[in-house]
Design a protein around this ligand. Structure first.
Ligand code: CP
Ligand code: NVA
Length: 309
């Protein structure tokens, strides 16, 4: 299958640069339309989406549900206790049943294999709304936000500070498609998945650096990016991680080292006073709320692409 014609949206690097840029252009176009108050574009009219959530969510749930509705469709929220995929019912059965009622499925799960299984057995498109491995919709929204604020993603320096987690994996897979400079500064032992780092490096498109020195890393950054130190499913490690990650908090001093042009980004939810200070989140160069808003527009463009409308 050509990289522009895949059924599902599971990893950014499944798509080629032209397709990713096309989706981002479309996102900006539909954002402008929706923000103008125009509701005449209803490509999802008569369509339904099933949304499976094995984990909590605010942004993903509301942005998908609202976005699908604003473009004419109806979205169904299935929370952690509803279908209990893999527990009450096997993933391959969930996939085939939901495909018979719905035009598209969005899922947020723990194990990445669950989304791969869902996509394999679903006959309709499956969109990854976060797994333990990655979060592609988030990074699409992030790149849209960077393009809006800086004018481009190509050639910028994005420095992530914190845990080498799902967000980092999606940044690395974006860097395998679009050229920019990506740096991940994390404590020893919390580096991103080695295979994913190699994949991004071997693509030979972007400059990729993994380091344990946040102060050195942020110098000259266009974006300093932070995320929680304990992701969903790791909350029992929160206390021990607070000790290990000391020195990786994005505070006013680190932003000063980054330099005057650096924007602050965070996928949210943020724990102020932990991975980032309140002052950094509230500073004029923090773009965390435009970033959150863009989830909806980026995802609308992804769904339009998958549904071929
Ligand atoms: N950034 C993000 O995915 O937020 P939620 O967990 O609230 O969906
Ligand atoms: N790394 C975080 C992202 C939340 C949007 C988590 O997985 O909990």
């Amino acid at each position: 299958t050509a990289k522009s014609e895949l059924k599902d949206f599971l990893h950014i690097s499944d798509f080629d640069k032209a397709t990713i840029l096309k989706m981002l252009d479309r996102a900006a176009e539909i954002k402008a339309l929706l923000k103008s108050g125009d509701r005449s574009f209803q490509p999802f009219k008569g369509k339904t989406m099933a949304m499976i959530f094995a984990k909590p969510s605010m942004r993903t749930r509301v942005s998908f549900e609202t976005g699908f509705f604003l473009l004419g469709g109806h979205a169904i929220y299935l929370g952690p206790n509803d279908i209990q995929m893999g527990k009450r019912e096997e993933t391959r059965d969930v996939a085939r049943v939901l495909s018979r009622y719905n035009d598209i499925i969005m899922a947020r799960v723990f194990a990445h294999q669950d989304i791969l299984d869902l996509a394999k057995y679903a006959t309709v498109p499956v969109v990854n709304g976060l797994t333990d491995y990655n979060h592609p919709c988030q990074i699409m929204a992030d790149v849209l936000t960077i393009i809006e604020h800086i004018g481009r993603i190509e050639g910028t320096k994005v420095v992530y500070v914190g845990d080498g987690n799902n967000i980092v994996h999606s940044w690395l897979l974006m860097a395998a498609v679009i050229p920019f400079h990506f740096v991940c500064a994390c404590p020893k032992g919390f580096e991103p998945d080695k295979k994913t780092v190699e994949k991004a490096q071997q693509a030979g498109i972007s400059k990729i650096e993994i380091t344990n020195d946040p102060k050195e890393a942020v110098k000259g950054a266009d974006v300093v990016y932070s995320d929680v130190w304990a992701s969903m499913g790791q909350k029992e490690e929160a206390d021990s991680r607070r000790k290990i990650f000391r020195g990786f908090q994005v505070d006013e001093n680190l932003m000063k080292i980054a330099g005057p042009k650096a924007y602050f980004m965070h996928c949210l939810p943020a724990e102020r006073g932990v991975e980032v200070t309140d002052g950094v989140v509230e500073a004029p160069n923090s773009i965390v709320f435009p970033q959150a808003e863009n989830r909806m527009h980026a995802q609308n463009a992804v769904m339009l692409h998958l549904l071929g409308v």
